[in-house]
Design a protein around this ligand. Structure first.
Ligand SMILES: CC(C)(COP(=O)(O)OP(=O)(O)OC[C@H]1O[C@@H](n2cnc3c(N)ncnc32)[C@H](O)[C@@H]1OP(=O)(O)O)[C@@H](O)C(=O)NCCC(=O)NCCS
Length: 244
């Protein structure tokens, strides 16, 4: 049976009004990722986001489908969770803080919110920087995001962290990176993807190599000039790049 429903598109205006309730899958002609638009009923959305309260209004959520994971645009309600994954998980010591990374102290929530302001969690950030939640099965297992979006230079900077050790080594991180690169390439024609791990972070480097990133010779000072800001957080950052 057909229903009259108004749909708000989450991150881009592909459709404004839609009358079907089955998920809609869009597969780009030559891409591997699928963008799936699916309904969330208002009632369910209310519970998580307190968004809108009208019985016959539905909301479309966008999911970007990878091989092992899917990505959904993060919303402001995810920000505290994403922060705690970074500073209070059993992975924290492998990426920042004492004793392994005295050069990269843990940010306070206030500092984190200054760096990841609200535009990273709503569509207004699409052409600047945005975060996505990595979902494996039905579990939120981490976040991947882009920043310093530059359409003219066709490039972005990426960052990623998972929520717990138990999700590492299953290919989620490399798949999330491949998926977001393909999505940004398909949607905005972005071709150059940069990521800058610490040389000490062997697992991250292995995951990035698996996702198709290669080492560059770019030094911190050159990168600072190139990007207009310091993209390195550690004393021993390396800069890796993937080209699509
Ligand atoms: C970095 C991160 C996102 C990678 O995600 P992941 O899902 O673990 O990555 P993958 O499973 O796709 O690949 C990890 C690879 O590292 C390898 N690896 C694990 N520990 C390693 C080590 N000490 N040395 C070298 N390689 C290692 C794994 O074997 C795997 O390769 P394989 O599949 O060929 O065996 C995740 O580990 C993480 O969140 N780490 C903590 C936060 C972080 O470091 N973020 C990056 C900041 S730059």
């Amino acid at each position: 049976m057909r229903k009259n429903i108004i749909i708000f598109i989450f991150s881009c205006s592909i459709l404004e009004v839609y009358y079907e309730s089955a998920p809609l899958k869009l597969r780009p002609a030559d891409g591997r990722s699928i963008i799936r638009l699916s309904f969330r009923t208002c009632a369910r959305f209310n519970n998580t986001l307190n968004f809108i309260n009208a019985p016959n209004i539905s909301l479309i959520t966008m999911e970007i489908i990878g091989s092992k994971i899917k990505l959904r645009p993060a919303v402001l309600a995810d920000r505290k969770k994403i922060y705690s994954w970074l500073v209070r998980s059993d992975l924290t010591s492998s990426v920042m803080g004492e004793p392994n990374y005295p050069d990269a102290p843990l940010p306070t929530l206030k500092e984190f919110c200054r760096d990841y302001n609200s535009s990273y969690f709503n569509p207004s950030g699409a052409r600047a920087g945005r975060n996505f939640i990595i979902i494996a099965g039905k579990v939120d297992v981490g976040t991947v995001g882009y920043d310093l979006f530059d359409e003219d230079k066709s490039r972005v900077i990426l960052d990623i962290w998972l929520s717990a050790k138990k999700y590492c080594g299953k290919g989620y991180g490399s798949d999330a990176l491949m998926t977001i690169c393909e999505y940004l390439n398909e949607k905005y024609k972005i071709r150059n993807f940069y990521i800058s791990p610490s040389l000490r972070n062997k697992r991250a480097i292995a995951a990035y190599l698996k996702a198709g990133f290669k080492f560059t010779k770019m030094q911190r000072n050159t990168a600072k000039k190139e990007f207009g800001v310091d993209i390195c957080e550690y004393d021993d950052n390396i800069i890796m790049r993937k080209i699509l």
